[in-house]
Design a binder for this molecule. Structure first.
Ligand code: OAD
Length: 245
């Protein structure tokens, strides 16, 4: 594994426009469960019943019960060594952007500045009736679903299945994928599209693709040039340290 970590660091040093794509796996070491795999959120909650926009519309109370639990977990979470390593690489001028599928804001809290939130953000909510905007810290989650002054139901600005990707995020992410010469893919099962198409676009545009995951994914043999098996919170800091020296 050490030789792979060294190779990734060498590639980063050679690179002129490196970016990262992250998924739920990068926040697991912060105590936030991933969606798939053992102890994944979708084991406990069927996504068809909890993660589609139709489910939210038809039973907001039920979906908000899950969201409340998630918000409580995210509130307790702190960025981990993997988030910090990506922020450090950006500060060193070696990473231009992080495209994340996560909605937990841990990249920003770790110090990353250029973060593309591909699946939206849990920080803000929108009233489904009047379009009013709210911040999560101003919302009392004792009574769910939370309501707007107008009586409308508030929905977090996260992408549910069946909803479009925020257009600006989609545009920036695809532009970055075409432009980068190195892509770090960290902690994503690469099963949800269009996010999962980003590594392929990067590779087809000439980028090297380095994947860090606990286990192989559909990308590993087809798209990734280098697969580093293990915890992001251990591997990324080692890479960042080598890039520094
Ligand atoms: P998944 O839960 O599908 O995948 C998490 C990946 O992280 C798995 O491949 C794990 O092996 C890996 N992993 C877990 N712990 C890790 C660690 N410590 N270090 C490195 N890798 C680790 O999460 P995503 O791919 O992000 O979308 O899921 C994509 C989308 O599916 C989410 O954004 C969400 C979900 O449904 C929506 O809700 C629209």
């Amino acid at each position: 594994m050490r030789d792979r970590i060294e190779r990734a660091a060498e590639w980063l040093k050679e690179s002129e426009f490196a970016i990262a794509l992250t998924g739920a796996g990068i926040s697991v070491e912060s105590g936030i469960p991933a969606f798939r795999g053992s102890q994944g959120l979708w084991d406990k909650y069927d996504p068809a019943e909890y993660a589609t926009i139709e489910a939210f519309m038809s039973d907001p109370f039920k979906v908000w019960k899950m969201l409340k639990e998630l918000y409580e977990t995210v509130r307790r979470a702190e960025p981990n060594a993997a988030h910090r390593a990506l922020a450090e690489l950006e500060a060193m001028g070696k990473l231009r952007a992080v495209i994340t599928q996560n909605v937990d804001s841990l990249h920003q809290r770790a110090g990353s500045r250029n973060v593309i939130e591909f699946h939206g953000s849990g920080e803000t909510l929108t009233c489904l009736s009047c379009g009013g905007k709210f911040r999560i810290e101003d919302i009392d989650l004792e009574n769910i679903p939370p309501l707007c002054h107008c009586g409308g139901i508030l929905k977090p600005d996260v992408v549910f299945f069946g909803e479009p990707i925020p257009p600006e995020a989609l545009k920036s992410a695809f532009e970055l994928a075409e432009r980068c010469d190195l892509l770090l893919v960290v902690g994503t099962s690469a099963q949800v599209y269009p996010a999962a198409s980003i590594p392929r676009i990067a590779r087809d545009s000439g980028a090297r693709v380095v994947e860090i995951n606990l286990e192989p994914t559909p990308l590993t043999h087809e798209v990734s040039h280098l697969f580093i098996e293990g915890k992001a919170g251990e591997i990324l800091p080692e890479i960042a340290q080598l890039v520094k020296t």
